[in-house]
Ligand binder design. Structure first.
Ligand SMILES: [Fe+2]
Length: 449
């Protein structure tokens, strides 16, 4: 890659050219023998080494299998979407949407026995899980023909019911937003349109035990941007649109959505959310990585920090509180507590603008006490999103954080395993990978069932 490459294709954003399979990877430290499964992570890796935006490159999954205290294999595979295999576009010449076309580059999740690669503009793509065929593409998955919208890359699995809650958004006409729910067996049980004024970029949402909460934020679809030569993001920051959170009761999925106005901002990612019963009534508490604005149009690039929003369902009041000033993204928690009160959340922290002495790090917040633990990976070593891998069957209990770390000096990557309860300590294990893992988005530890 030349030095003239745009930022989203330079350095560790540059794609890798090969799909590799390697076995018995070298390890420093000791992999916990409790970990048996795959760590999978998705991200953009444009096959032709060119894309108009980081968000648009062909999806590639990087996976490491851990078993019996060994890193038994690594493989990376492109998701073979119709866009990858035959150049299909999301919109055809007539403006009709092809929901099987897309990059499938954002997340990889498992539900009802299926492993799905996701991007918010199209259908999921199912991946093969058979031994020796892991990460091979099965094809687009539309819930047996019942899904008729795109699917967010951030669905939420309720740990109580096993349901998968998600949404689809977009389009040139209403409905711009549709809420979906699949049951624990993968049957699409609920699909209902939700009335919003416009097509806004809606990357994530929130689940609690009794509610789902949508974020209608002022990053609005702009047709002029969508059709301009050279591509790029077809959205614009428009604080005049306003910002609001929409609450839907899970026990009345076709009922009214109640909207709460908040200050204009942008949020890609929720950390977690939960319901709280108070003497004065019910509240919903949401933790988010909040940007004061979107993009650079509003004067300088913004960085996200951890915020808490509290919705008082009795009074309609909203409290918006910044909890820390360190930059944060890729917020995650123990997903066995998704939608429930979780004490801990972890994030990836880039150097805060104006603080050149800082390095990228992982942070772990104690949401009860406000304390934060930090893991610094050393000079030139940059972590990605970290996924939580539990040590036992106690939600919120001990476990490990798994993340790919890029080393600028060697231009190689490792899978680093940290003790979540002792984050500042040296890694429990470092698995040395046969090639660089480019900067990417989201993944999961998928323990063997
Ligand atoms: Fe995301």
């Amino acid at each position: 890659m030349t030095t003239s490459a745009p930022a989203h294709l330079a350095g560790n954003f540059a794609p890798v050219a090969e799909e590799l399979t390697a076995h018995d990877l070298p390890v420093t430290g000791a992999i916990p023998p409790e970990l048996t499964g795959w760590y999978l992570r998705n991200g953009p890796n444009p096959r032709d080494a060119a894309s108009s935006h980081w968000f648009f490159g062909d999806g590639m999954i990087h996976g490491v299998r851990l078993e019996g205290g060994r890193a038994t294999s690594y493989r990376n595979r492109w998701v073979r979407t119709s866009t990858f295999t035959d150049g299909a576009r999301v919109y055809d010449e007539r403006g009709n949407r092809d929901l099987a076309a897309g990059a499938a580059n954002t997340h990889v999740v498992r539900h009802a026995g299926r492993t799905l690669a996701l991007v918010e503009s199209s259908y999921p793509y199912e991946l093969d899980g058979r031994r020796g065929h892991e990460l091979e593409t099965v094809g687009p998955y539309d819930f047996g023909g019942r899904l008729t919208t795109p699917m967010t890359a951030h669905p939420k699995t309720c740990p109580v019911t096993g349901e998968l809650h998600f949404f689809g958004y977009g389009g040139l006409s209403a409905p711009y937003l549709t809420y979906h729910r699949a049951d624990a067996d993968g049957e699409l049980a609920v699909s209902r349109p939700i009335d919003v004024p416009a097509h806004t970029m809606m990357h994530d949402f929130h689940l609690t035990r009794s509610h789902v909460v949508f974020m209608d934020l002022p990053v609005v679809f702009d047709l002029d941007r969508a059709v301009r030569p050279g591509g790029g993001m077809p959205y614009a920051w428009d604080p005049g649109y306003g910002a609001r959170l929409g609450v839907l009761r899970r026990d009345d999925p076709y009922g009214e959505v109640r909207w709460f106005a908040i200050d204009p901002c942008y949020v890609f990612h929720s950390l977690n959310a939960h319901d709280e019963q108070q003497a004065g009534g019910e509240r919903i508490v949401l933790y988010v990585a909040r940007y004061p604005h979107y993009g650079s149009e509003a004067g300088g690039r913004a960085h996200a920090t951890l915020w808490r929003w509290t919705l008082d369902l009795a009074t309609g009041a909203v409290a918006e509180e910044q909890l820390d000033d360190q930059s944060c993204e890729f917020p995650r928690t123990d997903d066995r507590l998704a939608g429930l009160a979780s004490r801990y959340g972890h994030v990836t922290s880039a150097p805060t603008p104006g603080r050149p002495q800082e390095r990228a790090a992982l942070l772990r917040y104690d949401l009860h006490t406000g304390s934060v633990a930090r893991h610094d990976f050393g000079p030139g070593r940059t972590p990605a999103e970290a996924a939580f891998a539990p040590a036992d069957d106690r939600p919120g209990g001990p476990g490990w954080l798994l993340t790919y770390v890029h080393d600028a000096a060697t231009d190689r990557s490792d899978l680093v395993i940290l003790n979540a309860d002792d984050l500042a300590a040296a890694p429990v294990a470092t698995v040395h990978l046969p090639q660089r893992v480019p900067c990417g988005f989201h993944g999961n530890w998928l323990a063997d069932c």
